[in-house]
Ligand binder design. Structure first.
Ligand code: PLP
Length: 411
């Protein structure tokens, strides 16, 4: 069980207040706050290790050692077999454009790519543009609009021997739905297609295991899981080795270097490693000498339990507010099918108006489309300003959820 007071004491940002009241951070799907160890790791890198690669001198060697260990840490975080399967980059979007461009060399006119109506546009637009360049055909997997779950039948029926790539999210950043990625990967593999998983929204909420999923590529962003603004890519080694990366010469042509174009955000990567260590420290009952992967699994499990309780409280409270409609899975008995990213609309108030009202009360939330453009169009929500999104993280408390519910009740 998480000791919330102890956890909150590690996040300096949580001490902020507005108009005399502590700020409530429910804007987490847009980016999370950082624990002190992350802030110190960034600061330490810039103070003591700041250098470019491959030098004969101490700072460069310390910097390279940190980068090597950060790859191991990220491989542990994702359950990857080797740190060579992990590349860091500016963010998920840039990594996805880079890999999709490289994959494009394997596409021929008439080949097909599946994207979904549930995804963030960062896992849609790169594939649309690639298809345009290569004469490929894009097919769209629909959702069940009543609970915003992915229509896996629609996915399955559109797979064929022409399908080359299936691009799908692990969890929706707009409505919180968790997709059955393992099943989707299985279906794609049977059809001979590669899978590209956007795990940006899933990563802060539950453990990822790329080997168990069997996916070919997976991306995430450290700033969504308590780290700095850095993106990470997992790619199956054999594929990363075979792909031709768009990079400068003579930069390394082995993975992961070939996908890490230019000089990386070293201080951000130092902070990312610290964020993973932070998550690995959250679990209790971890045996002495447990591996970092085992500690990560224990930490994520503890965090998940806490978030589920908060999510249940939130969904039950929202159900009692007249004129409020939750979009997505609203049944508190189905918490294992969603992350605690809960979006709703209210009669008589636009999402932006609600966000402004909550901001005045010191509660920070996002409103709008959150770049889940296809979903907003599919649900017909774009013209009315999209959704109001409450995104819980493990440092949130039951008191904060109560504060939100009472502010909404007053509306
Ligand atoms: C589900 C999802 N995918 C992709 C992205 C884009 O991530 P990045 O900012 O790292 O490019 C986001 C950002 O909000 C997201 O929530």
């Amino acid at each position: 069980m998480l000791n919330i007071d102890l956890i909150r004491a590690q996040f300096p940002a949580l001490l902020q207040s507005e108009s005399g009241r502590p700020v409530v951070f429910f804007d987490n799907p847009g980016g999370t706050q950082c624990p002190r160890v992350v802030i110190e790791a960034v600061s330490h890198y810039l103070s003591a290790d700041n250098a470019n690669h491959g030098g004969a001198f101490a700072t460069s060697q310390r910097s390279d050692a940190m980068l090597a260990d950060a790859h191991v840490a990220m491989a542990d975080f994702l359950g990857a077999a080797s740190p060579r399967e992990v590349a860091f980059g500016a963010n998920m979007t840039s990594l996805t454009f880079s890999v999709s461009r490289a994959l494009g060399r394997w596409l021929s006119p008439g080949d097909e790519i599946l994207v979904t109506n549930l995804d963030h546009d960062a896992n849609v637009a790169p594939w649309l543009l690639l298809a345009e360049d290569r004469g490929a055909v894009v097919r769209r997997v629909d959702i069940h609009p009543d609970d915003c779950t992915l229509d896996v039948e629609s996915l399955s029926s559109q797979l064929s021997s022409r399908t080359r790539i299936v691009a799908v999210g692990y969890a929706s950043n707009a409505v919180g739905t968790v997709n059955d990625v393992r099943r989707i990967v299985e279906l794609a593999r049977e059809a001979g297609a590669l899978t590209f998983i956007d795990a940006v929204q899933y990563a802060p909420h539950a453990a990822i295991d790329v080997q168990a999923l069997g996916c070919d590529f997976l991306t995430c962003s450290a700033y969504k899981f308590f780290g700095p603004h850095v993106g990470a890519l997992y790619g199956r080694l054999e594929l990363l080795e075979r792909l031709t990366a768009y990079k400068v010469r003579p930069a390394g042509d082995q993975p992961p270097d070939k996908f890490e174009t230019g000089t990386l955000n070293h201080e951000g990567i130092a902070g990312t490693r610290a964020a993973i260590e932070y998550l690995a420290g959250l679990g209790d009952e971890v045996p002495d000498g447990a591996s970092r992967r085992a500690r990560i699994l224990a930490g994520m499990h503890a965090l998940e339990e806490h978030e589920r309780r908060l999510c249940q409280q939130l969904l039950e409270g929202l159900a009692r507010i007249p004129g409020l409609r939750v979009w997505g899975i609203a049944d508190p008995a189905r918490l294992d099918e969603r992350v605690p990213t809960v979006s709703f609309t209210m009669d008589r108030h636009s999402p932006r108006e609600i966000a402004e009202q909550l901001a005045r009360a010191g509660i920070f939330v996002w409103s709008g489309h959150f770049y889940a453009l296809s979903l907003m169009t599919r649900l017909g929500l774009e013209p009315s300003g999209g959704l109001l999104r409450v995104g819980l993280a493990h440092y949130n408390t039951t008191d904060e959820v109560d504060r939100l519910l009472s502010e909404l009740g007053r509306l």
